[in-house]
Design a protein. Sequence first.
Length: 175
Amino acid sequence: MQYPSSYIAYLVEFHATRDYFECHELLEEYWKEHPGDHLSRLWVGLIQVAVGSYHERRGNAAGAGKMYLQALSRLNPQLLQEAGIDGPPLLAQLKARAERLESGAMEVFQDLCFSIADHELLLACEALCSARGLVWGKPSDMNSEALIHRHKLRDRSDVIAAREAAIAKKRSKQA
């Protein structure tokens, strides 16, 4: 199967750099550019897995649990299989994490790992890792402020300007 390059990049970020914020950005951009994609539900679920992982690593149990539950409502073994992922183990991991976080039991963060069922997909991910000098399966650098608190360090002026423009447009229509 031919997988979108954004998806392969997502998997590399998820399993090699552990930059979950970047995972979210990559797959969200792809999802928005392909609104009719039959795998839209999958893309949103995987975005939520990345956002949940980002929150969990930062110690935000409520945010992480919410994202994992939303991901579970979108992902299923068939969709994950179509994306080359062994679905049942991933779904079991997400369910266990969501339940643990919901119960208030925070533990030392451990990265999720997807079991890649499609050998060709795994080879493509490993090739991209190699080309970028990355190691597949490397754990999160828990001492990297830039990785753990990335959302605080980015330039959001374009996002803020777009929100302000949308608010102004809405107000002008109401007037």
